[in-house]
Ligand binder design. Structure first.
Ligand SMILES: [Zn+2]
Length: 291
């Protein structure tokens, strides 16, 4: 195997690219939510399109078209998705970085490679919206907790999704991030079984907590699949509409169903549940000297 850099180094390179890009956008006085303005400056095409609700957007390589799902109404989600797709384009236009990624992924399966690229684009998107240095500094001062999300959003005028991603990106311990929201889910297997028994199924969509984003710290070994509905008795459901973070042991929601219980902290904020699953202890509350 000929991995010339580590994955951590790849993260750093993408973060650097995003920082440079953000600097250019600020210098050109284009707002981060001016998608047409950014597309124009970087010479790619941008369009809205109606997609299924499990998709946020799409990037067409080669023809350089960023498409966003016009059915996603949440502004922070739209902004994050745009930055994610935009990072795909930024990476694709950077020949040196593409070469390094190519070397790194040469022995990988297509699936692993896609997962890596998705991780890199989420890292780039978060960095475009809020600098990791600022998040790292606040985490050093205050410790690692969901309570920082609202504070960081206000302090830096950033999106909660970007803040939560930056927190998990900057975390030095082994942890997973899950962002979930209540969605109407079409009944599936359970009702099909009932229909076999000749009982008329209730084909009414049910509200269920669905994972819309997931992330992992660099120390984490696995990844959590998006667009999974959590069971109604999952720990995260207890955080819905709560005013305070809820803490306790919770099952890691791996798609295989083989997750195990780890300490978890979940916060209901701006209509979503933000949860950190801490497989190892987060750094302690290292108070920086204030003088
Ligand atoms: Zn992507």
């Amino acid at each position: 195997m000929r991995h010339i850099v580590s994955e951590k180094e790849l993260h750093r390179l993408v973060r650097e690219l995003a920082r440079r890009t953000r600097h250019e956008i600020d210098k050109a006085e284009i707002a981060m939510d001016d998608f047409d303005g950014i597309a124009h400056k970087y010479d790619f095409k941008f369009a809205w399109q109606e997609m299924s609700l499990d998709k946020d957007g799409h990037y067409a390589k080669g023809v350089r078209i960023v498409t966003l799902n016009n059915r996603v109404m949440h502004l922070e989600r739209r902004n994050f998705s745009f930055c994610h797709e935009f990072t795909h384009d930024r990476i694709d236009c950077d020949d040196a970085l593409c070469e390094i990624i190519h070397e790194f992924t040469i022995d990988m399966s297509d699936e692993d490679m896609e997962r890596l690229i998705e991780r890199l684009c989420n890292i780039g998107a978060a960095e475009l919206l809020i600098p990791s240095e600022d998040v790292r500094q606040v985490m050093l001062e205050r410790g690692f907790s969901t309570t920082l999300i609202s504070e960081l959003c206000e302090r830096f005028g950033a999106s909660s999704i970007a803040v939560a991603f930056q927190m998990v990106n900057c975390a030095s311990h082994d942890c997973y991030l899950v962002i979930a929201e209540n969605q109407l889910v079409q009944p599936t297997a359970v009702h099909n079984q009932i229909s076999l028994l000749n009982i008329k199924p209730i084909n009414v969509p049910q509200e269920q907590l669905v994972i819309i984003y997931s992330g992992a710290s660099s120390a984490a070994r696995y990844s959590i699949k998006r667009n999974q509905a959590l069971s109604n008795n999952h720990f995260l459901c207890g955080a819905l509409h709560a005013n305070e973070p809820v803490r306790g042991d919770a099952r890691l929601p791996f798609a295989s169903g083989n997750g195990w219980d780890v300490p978890c902290e979940a916060l209901y904020f701006r209509g979503k549940v933000f949860a950190f699953f801490n497989r190892t202890q987060p750094m302690s509350n290292l108070q920086m000297p204030l003088f």
